[in-house]
Design a protein around this ligand. Sequence first.
Ligand SMILES: [Zn+2]
Length: 197
Amino acid sequence: MDYQAPYRGKYKISCPFGKKGDWAAGWHIGNDLVGLESKNIYPIAEGTVKSVNAHGKSYGKHITVLHADGKESLYAHLSVIKVKKGQYVTKDTLLGIEGATGNAHGNHLHIEVHEGGWRYPPKGSTPKECKWILDLRELLLEVETMEKKEVPKWQKEACQMVCETKHFTNPDDWMKKVENAETPTWGEIFGVLAKCL
Ligand SMILES: [Zn+2]
């Protein structure tokens, strides 16, 4: 599935996933984001609104969206909720507006992603023990990596040249990687560079 950021326009992370602190779990199980250009909140992927204000007062006005791959995303501290339980939402459906309802210091979006349904981690657990809770930044990183797949022409040419002139042991494999726009590993890059020296 392709995920998108919940904001249109720039945003910043005001508190990252996994940070240790005063939370019931002992660590921050979501990411706190602040919209810098717009406060409108969109779902990270299409899905169905599974719940509205179902997970306690500290989340303030909050909703969860169930996605086709079984992940459930939660959007908390909203000032306004614009969707209803059971509603199908696309990536362009406005879920609500960033706010500071519930246990929040200032306006921000607290966003969580759970694999296989929302489940709060046990007290004193660690992120590693709670593999069903995902760091949104990693889902978005996948998207960003995919978007970056276009390899510049000069890089392909340089690669070809180095491989040909230096009789790189496996130029075909590396070229294939480059053509498929996979980033060569550092080991592979150093392997070629070593042959140039
Ligand atoms: Zn938070």
